[in-house]
Design a protein around this ligand. Structure first.
Ligand SMILES: Nc1ncnc2c1ncn2[C@@H]1O[C@H](COP(=O)(O)OP(=O)(O)OP(=O)(O)O)[C@@H](O)[C@H]1O
Ligand SMILES: [Mg+2]
Length: 290
């Protein structure tokens, strides 16, 4: 038995019009992943029955160490497994009452779910503004008004709109990558390790921005992180993954103080190796419940 994440009431308003409630506007639905299994090259099984939910309007974090299967989970949701020679071999991914696990990436984006891959992949030779316009290619609205909206979310980007993206800092590139994804009018944003390689102050700024956009627009966010502390402090609910399985989940406010999470993420053995989550107490306890 697993705990059910709290159903966050969908806040009205999407990126098309932050914080408004105009009639007929669609509001994000829950993203539901059920017993997901993913195989690469037809032989390497990486996900082994992953179930998780991103309630509409929530920020949900997915934590875990290297190779746990976090990126694979995001790729499966966003229809990007095919280019990696991977496929969903079993289980479902449902969004808005629709199974999306077999849709190509472009359809998933059109359906309102967009991923910002790890590594701040911006077009380095293009200007900041042209990078944002590239995001509008799959967008649904007027790119000029969309640009103004992104600049309102990230005023820093406006001040450097003509600058070549390759000459902006790591933090600015991360904001640009998020801004470009927001140009597609998503309802669900998937972020893969936005903190990677950034100084703590920049990480805090990026999470503050994401939090604010979530609060102002009701955008749902699934954020993958190895930085458990910052992710849990900026999310509503969290999952911990190891070896392609979810091994722990709970409200972020509780997980952040959970001694096992602290031990796992901060605890290093005498040999300098990380402990396995399987060795810490609550996982063993949970195993007994199942
Ligand atoms: N394209 C691929 N082909 C084959 N195996 C892959 C591929 N991508 C990932 N894997 C394997 O799947 C497992 C999970 O990888 P994944 O990238 O999903 O983990 P992760 O949790 O995102 O790790 P990290 O924190 O290092 O980014 C790893 O064992 C990895 O080697
Ligand atoms: Mg990864």
């Amino acid at each position: 038995m697993t705990a059910t994440p709290p159903s966050t009431a969908a806040r009205p308003g999407t990126l098309a019009s932050p914080g408004t409630t105009s009639a007929g506007r669609s509001v994000a639905g829950d993203l539901d992943i059920n017993n997901l299994e993913v195989v690469y090259h037809d032989v390497v099984q990486v996900l082994r029955g992953v179930s998780l939910r991103v309630p509409a309007g929530s920020i949900t974090s997915l934590l875990g160490t290297n190779g746990a299967g976090k990126t694979t989970t995001l790729r499966a949701i966003s229809g990007l497994l095919r280019s990696e020679n991977g496929k969903v071999s079993s289980g479902t991914i449902r969004y808005r009452e629709r199974d999306i696990q077999t849709l190509p990436g472009t359809e998933v984006v059109r359906g309102g779910v967009v991923m910002v891959p790890e590594g701040r992949r911006v077009f380095k030779h293009l200007s900041v503004e042209d990078n944002l316009r590239a995001g509008a290619a799959l967008g649904k609205g007027n790119w000029k008004t969309d640009l103004e909206r992104i600049y309102a979310f990230f005023p820093k980007l406006e001040t450097m709109r003509g600058k070549q993206a390759g000459y902006t800092s790591g933090g600015e590139q991360q904001m640009l990558a998020i801004g470009r994804a927001l140009m597609t009018h998503p309802e669900v944003l998937l972020l893969d390790e936005p903190s990677l390689g950034l100084a703590p102050m920049l990480v805090a700024e990026i999470f503050e921005n994401v939090r604010r956009i979530n609060q102002e627009t009701g955008l749902s966010v699934l954020v993958v992180e190895q930085n458990a502390n910052v992710a849990l402090r900026n999310s509503d609910y969290g999952y911990v993954m190891e070896g392609g399985k979810i091994v722990l989940e709970g409200r972020s406010s509780e997980l952040v103080d959970n001694p096992d999470v602290k031990e796992f993420y901060l605890g290093v053995t005498a040999h300098g190796q990380r402990k396995s989550f399987r060795d810490v107490k609550s996982y063993k306890r949970r195993k007994r419940w199942m």
